[in-house]
Design a protein. Structure first.
Length: 145
């Protein structure tokens, strides 16, 4: 008994074979769409389905959807291959799940007494009106509060 690949299992049944062929066609259309779109739009659009010459594209937001609608005729030309003719493009906004919230930025530790004393000494040695002296004075004032 020989092991069969997943692709062979999918192609073995009639309905599974049609499903596998449809999935392969959608992957082909996705690659063609990515090649036809400007770089900035590629991550925000994906082929959702293809039925009776009509391709359905889902976008991440309304701005991307509007731009793809503007590019519609050109995209239909580029998505048509020798086997299948794309006659219509339907674009829908299908927002994806938002990314997980980022880890909050930790505030750095405040300077200790030795560092404050060193900054105070440095501030006293700088000439009056020096921008560095003014900045250090503001820093020391905010640290004391």
């Amino acid at each position: 008994m020989t092991a069969r690949s997943l692709q062979e299992h999918l192609a073995s049944g009639d309905s599974m074979a049609r499903l596998a062929a449809h999935a392969q066609r959608l992957l082909l259309f996705q690659r063609l769409l990515e090649a036809a779109l400007p770089e900035s739009l590629r991550p925000h659009a994906r082929v959702a389905n293809f039925r009776l010459g009509k391709i359905f594209i889902h976008t991440a937001n309304g701005a991307v959807a509007a731009k793809i609608r503007q590019l519609g005729p050109r995209l239909a030309n580029e998505l048509s291959n020798k086997d299948v003719k794309v006659t219509q493009i339907e674009v829908r906004v299908q927002a994806r799940n938002p990314p997980p919230p980022s880890v909050p930025h930790e505030r750095p530790a405040l300077p200790g007494d030795n560092q404050k004393q060193g900054l105070t000494t440095l501030t006293q040695k700088l000439p009056d009106g020096s921008p560095l002296k003014q900045a250090l004075e503001r820093l020391l004032h905010s640290v004391k509060e």
